[in-house]
Unconditional design. Structure first.
Length: 397
């Protein structure tokens, strides 16, 4: 089962749906959910994907009259504030949502830094927060009891790429690791430093850069000098785009290019066009991986709902899916608690064990962009395409 992780406790998650509900329930008070998001600033693209995932669930639950609590349906609103992609501002706004807007429960922001500051606010106020986009393990090492996550931790983001590489012929032998200096990115990178040697691969370069940097020519030049078989980047969308552009400009060729965050988003392909092809990433979820949800939508119905609400954007990426999954987890916990009391819902979250469209945990799957389309390429039992390997050099594309 995918684990819904409490910042100190592990809990199993998976979906939300609405099985048999009583006919003609009355309508109760509106449930207010609060969510600061980076609707401007450096994390605007990822935050928009997060909001898309929340809004898909919001439409679905309100079409059904709201969340059913002891025979009474409660409609739901999500109150958003723009935290300008600032972790400190996110915490200020989370407090405002609790004290001024009287939010019953909280949904996480985008990013590990903001999730960490918001988790402290949730804990102080004893209001449950279910988050989907803060993967740094440091968030979950504080002993908090009111923050839950529905995603794999940061140290798993690129391990699947190494596992995949170990199955390829010729097997890659060396890795160049580039990383932004925020907590999430460093956890991803440090995990690879430890993990790659267990698969017979040497990390020949580990180079850090400032989080949010857009000029990464020097880092790419260092990777080129290292002549590694695999070039990995641990960062976010803006940095992934910058790395890929610099790799072409500097004629950095490697057998594998893989980035922790960025390639799974439609913006990566939109920004790079054909230059996005052949890039790998670790993904929390893809539409190709099938599960049997206990409630809510199947994968295919979820993709269809996304395309209907957001036409022209293609398939939803994992940021969208995991954000919807966070809402589903909170919904089911409220239903199981039979109450809007935050402590009872917290206990229900800690006991949650239900499967939804978002899937099982296991290792994260690996995607590759092939001819402008995302394909699941690893593990083989869930793949819809073979890895295109080795990556052709820039002058042969």
């Amino acid at each position: 089962m995918r684990k819904l992780v409490l910042l100190a406790v592990a809990v199993a998650l998976v979906a939300c749906g609405g099985g048999g509900t009583p006919t003609g329930p009355s309508t109760g008070s509106t449930i207010i959910l609060g969510a600061p998001l980076g609707l401007t600033g450096s994390l605007v693209k990822e935050s928009n994907l997060t909001q898309q995932g929340y809004s898909l669930w919001l439409d679905w639950i309100n079409t059904r009259g709201g969340i059913l609590v002891n025979g009474v349906k409660h409609p739901v609103v999500i109150k958003y504030y723009d935290d300008t992609s600032s972790a400190n501002q996110s915490a200020v706004l989370m407090q405002k949502l609790i004290t001024e807007d009287k939010a019953n429960f909280l949904l996480g922001p985008y990013g590990s830094a903001a999730t960490a500051t918001d988790a402290a606010v949730a804990e102080q106020n004893q209001i449950p927060m279910v988050e989907a986009n803060g993967a740094a393990q440091s968030i979950f090492n504080q002993g908090y009891k009111y923050t839950f996550g529905v995603l794999s931790p940061a140290n798993k983001y690129l391990e699947g790429v190494i596992d995949m590489a170990a199955t390829l012929n010729p097997k890659p032998a060396t890795v160049a690791m580039l990383s932004a200096d925020d907590n999430f990115s460093l956890e991803v990178a440090n995990a690879i430093n430890d993990y790659a040697p267990t698969k017979g691969m040497s990390v020949v370069l580990f180079k850090k850069y400032k989080n949010g940097a857009t000029n990464l020519t020097a880092e790419v030049q260092a990777a080129k000098a290292a002549n590694a078989d695999i070039v990995l980047n641990s960062g976010h969308l803006t940095e992934a785009i910058a790395i890929n552009k610099a790799a072409k400009e500097q004629k950095l060729n490697a057998k594998i290019f893989a980035y922790s965050v960025g390639p799974s988003t439609p913006d990566f392909i939109a920004a790079l066009g054909k230059d996005a092809n052949f890039v790998f990433d670790g993904s929390q979820w893809t539409p190709q991986v099938k599960y049997a949800p206990a409630f809510y939508l199947s994968e295919s119905d979820y993709v269809a709902a996304y395309k209907a609400k957001f036409p022209g954007l293609g398939d939803p990426d994992y940021h969208v899916a995991e954000s919807t999954a966070a809402c589903l987890a909170l919904q089911r916990a409220i239903e199981n608690a039979g109450s809007l009391d935050p402590k009872k819902v917290r206990d229900a979250l800690a006991a949650l064990d239900v499967t939804v469209f978002f899937g099982e945990i296991k290792p994260m799957v690996v995607e590759q962009i092939q001819n402008g389309v995302h394909h699941t390429v690893f593990p083989a039992d869930v793949a819809d395409a073979q890895p295109q390997y080795p990556t052709p050099s820039w002058d042969q594309r």
